[in-house]
Design a protein around this ligand. Structure first.
Ligand code: SF4
Length: 453
């Protein structure tokens, strides 16, 4: 396996919820297919009369709950996840009429309901597959098979890894990363900065500006969520809870139970914003978009952390996210929720330990402890909506991150018997052994117990 060359800004992406696999990547697919259509010869564009889009795997199994159809539609209409306005999916959903797709002179009418939910079990190489075809009668003018591979990453048939610069400190696992830290006497955030610059060509100032923007969007989601009451969209009728938890935490001056309530409130706030289809940051996915923002908000509000400490913590967290993504998965459809909230919790624990100034080994131990206690966690969203168990699960992931940080920073680091590489290996193996039903299909677990949704 080649060394990790993922950019921090591929891991932390801004876009509409409720599920990066189901909204961000499909939106990109819709946008990309329209670009491909526009590149066709004019006579082919003029002959086109049908746009056929089929969704497979959990993109199909979760139905309208994860918002895939409206995300594809928004992409077809020219919206992109990182630049669209925060409520774009709500607008697409509210409009029952057909949309007009202008392909440079030819107008096709299309409606999200035309997008077909196809087979849940299939032979495509990735679970979350989308097949787009532009037709003239029965003749296929253009077809592309896209794969949503987790965390909003989009691949397609024939996709090739883009040419990135070689990382300054190449690594594939934590053992190699640690070896660099030791032999070059470099700190983790410095190594991550050097790699990001080498891979993307961004300057340090640009990377810090990008990290600050990510924190800004995370903070906005938490702020918005702790001020909003009411019921979330969808048939479950789930009440928002973050604002209630927050006001109780405030009454208790964020002390004792009030402190724990605050972390819960922050995590649920960003998750409720995600469930509303508003913009969040994939951390590492939309489904898990509450955990890291909760820890950052708490660090700033309750622990008085400085911007630099948050930036350095985020760089440490990105190392953990990369290792999980490259050696296991960050997709609920591939390994269950251990790959989403589990990874988010490990990243958040590392962020917290690193931002608080603990040495590297405490950071790794905190991440390992958080990961270890999410192993085997299934993905079974009720009714296909990223609400139950997802919102409270983010709160639990944030609390576990805090507890992992406490355990790692209190005990002698040599007491730790399991390293992060081993925990990630266990996560990958558990994911492989996990029944397909528990991987974002809404066909088992809570999703089956609560079929009335
Ligand atoms: S259960 Fe976990 S993995 Fe599944 S949709 Fe919810 S947050 Fe994502």
């Amino acid at each position: 396996m080649p060394p990790i060359t993922t950019s921090i800004f591929e891991l932390f992406k801004i876009g509409p919820g409720p599920s990066s696999s189901h909204t961000i990547a499909p939106m990109k697919a819709g946008f990309d297919f329209m670009e491909r259509i526009r590149a066709l010869p004019k006579e082919q564009r003029m002959a086109a009369d049908t746009l056929e889009i089929r969704l497979f795997g959990s993109l199909s199994a979760t139905g309208d709950g994860h918002g895939t159809r409206r995300a594809v539609m928004a992409g077809l209409l020219g919206y992109q996840p990182d630049t669209c306005h925060p409520n774009v999916l709500e607008e697409v959903e509210k409009s029952c009429q057909d949309f007009e797709l202008d392909i440079d002179g030819k107008v096709l009418t299309y409606c999200p309901a035309n997008i077909l939910f196809d087979a849940v079990q299939h032979d495509y190489p990735h679970s979350n597959t989308m097949v787009f075809a532009l037709k003239a009668g029965e003749t296929i003018l253009l077809d592309t098979t896209y794969y949503s591979v987790g965390g909003g990453f989009l691949r397609w048939e024939g996709w090739q890894e883009p040419e990135y610069g070689a990382p300054a400190y190449p690594y594939k696992n934590m053992a190699q990363l640690k070896e660099h830290l030791r032999t070059h006497s470099i700190r983790l955030h410095e190594l991550m900065l050097a790699n990001e610059t080498a891979i993307t060509g961004m300057s340090e100032a640009e990377i810090y500006a990008g990290l600050d923007h990510i924190v800004e969007v995370m903070d906005r989601a938490v702020e918005q969520g702790i001020q909003t009451t009411g019921v979330l969209p969808g048939p479950i009728g789930l009440h928002r809870k973050a604002a209630i938890m927050y006001s109780q935490a405030k009454e208790e001056h964020f002390q004792g139970p009030g402190f724990v309530k605050a972390i819960n409130a922050y995590a649920m706030a960003a998750s409720e914003e995600n469930a509303s289809g508003h913009c969040v940051v994939t951390a590492p996915t939309c489904g898990a978009a509450g955990v890291i923002p909760a820890i950052i908000f708490m660090l700033k509000r309750q622990m008085g952390a400085l911007s630099d400490e948050i930036r350095q913590g985020l760089l440490a967290a990105s190392a953990i996210g990369f290792l999980c993504k490259h050696n296991a998965s960050i997709s609920g459809a591939e390994v269950g929720c251990q790959g989403e909230v589990g990874v988010a919790s490990a990243m958040a624990a590392a962020l917290l330990a690193y931002a608080r100034g603990y040495k590297f080994q405490v950071t790794e131990n905190a991440a390992e402890i958080a990961m270890e206690h999410h192993l085997g966690l299934t993905c079974d969203p009720v009714g296909g909506f990223v609400q139950i168990p997802c919102i409270e699960r983010n709160a639990m992931g944030a609390i576990k991150a805090y507890n992992a940080y406490l355990i790692a920073s209190t005990l002698d680091e040599s007491y730790q018997k399991v390293n992060l590489d081993k925990a990630i290996e266990a996560m990958a193996q558990t994911g492989r052994d996990m029944s397909r039903k528990y991987k974002e299909t809404s066909m088992a677990g809570l999703a089956q117990s609560m079929t009335e949704c």
